[in-house]
Design a protein around this ligand. Sequence first.
Ligand code: GCB
Length: 573
Amino acid sequence: MIQNASARVVRDFSGRWRVIVDPYEAGYRGFHGNPWPFGFFRDAEPRPGLAEYDFDRSELLEVPGDWNSQDPRLLYYEGTLWYQTRFRLEEQPGVRRFVHFGAANYHAMVWLDGKPLGEHEGGFTPFAFELPGAGTAGEHVLTVKVDNTRRREAVPTVSTDWWNYGGLTREVSLLEVPETFVREYTVGLDRPGRVRAQLVLDGPRLRQMVQLRIPQAGLEVSGETDDDGRLELVAEAQLERWTPAQPRRYRVEITSETDTIAETVGFRTVRALGTRILLNDEPIFLRGVSLHEESPFGPGRAWSEEHARTLLGWAVELGCNFVRLAHYPHNETMVRVAEELGLLVWAEIPVYWNIAWDHAPTLDCAKAQLGEMIARDRNRCAVILWSLSNEAPATEARQAFLSELAGHARVLDPTRLLTSALFARLDEDAETMVIDDPVGEHLDVMGCNEYLGWYYREPEEMDRIRWSSPYEKPLIMSELGAGAVAGRHGDESTPFTEEHQAHVYRKQIGMLRRIPFLAGLSPWILKDFRSPRRVLPGTQDGWNRKGLVSDRGLRKRAFGVLREWYQELAGQE
Ligand code: GCB
């Protein structure tokens, strides 16, 4: 992992890449299905005598971008697709070069000039491979095989409620760093008034003097790295805190003898106390909404700054101070824009529904994705919650898996809160919803997905429902909602009308007001999104319609209902 990769970019590979759709994996296994290494699409040039393929005359697709939304023939495509691009390098002494991928869904293998650079599993986290010898001067060919086949043991597994957008869904770029560089660093408040920074160098000169500066706060502190290139710096500092109302950020500069890196960082503390979440030691109620990483006007993965600004702009218009970036790590720009706009973030990994809890490699894969998410976003003060799972049925195997994952998260980042989106159960009295999932003991904050008034019970019944939990912990109602087709009107009792959705929201708000341990909510969902399991003709047509905003950007009535409550809550702060 290379921290703050966007600050190291010297070339952006965005643009049109040559592609070959390869459902039979001919390019990997050879035309006779021989096992690797007989595959040949990786080759920089076609092999003599093999006139069966030609990247240079193949079709083109935009990178970044999923393939499904770029070509109607690929809408449902799941399998292997090959990408290729050519580029030139100039000789530059004293640098190291990496090819960096924001994400590739789901499995990627990368070759430079026909030689393997590496591979990566997991569709939503970044990875980088170093070019041997910094890449020689001259022409190069970069070939990437991306496979989005769903697999039982993968994370996520075969069944989800979102589109399996495949491909190079985020930016691909060339990074350049000095031979010894600051590879990773964490800068934040470890208690009010005290900055703690940790960093690690990578390269041949691991012992160096390193300086940390925050010019706008007059902070300057330095120290020497140890033999492993590690250093911890601690300094008292009077810094204005980052809050949703005033998302103040500072420029932080780290300078070693061989490298310098800078970025914008906000400072805050966060913790849970009893049933409250405290931001900068003050209780905060999270007025949130969930969203998928899907482009604001239509299908396809969101990846650009403009996408992030539009989606998060709607959340701000709704009165939010919080977003749940469901159900996998969103792109880094999304998190950075949220931070700039004053939106707190719940970030999660795609441990979704019933994955292969018993399978050791599945746990390793979940840990790796968690680690990559934390490594990328550890300096984002907006991120306050790492979520480990979504609606995972309570079994012994799941319990072992999630407790291991929770322990891993605590080691990687002891400063943030852990949560999971849990199920609740209806008690025998038929009026009390109980959250007692055993994984609750490992969490700081309970999330809960409930669809009262939609999948379960009539909306009116919510007037009587109470909530309880044996855990003395804050609760975020991480999902609730109802489907509605924008522009379809009718009476409150007719599902899929805007009136019915608004009615469910009113009843939900009435019920939520009465939950004493409620610390926030993130209703499902900001915008209608593509899902192959939503097949109702004329109503869903491949879209989950629980959006407060339609796939064309139209606000539904429930948007106004929730905004009104959020305005009232904001007024009480
Ligand atoms: C859920 C899932 C979410 C679905 C949603 C729904 O509980 O967490 O991914 O999209 O319900 O619409 O049913």
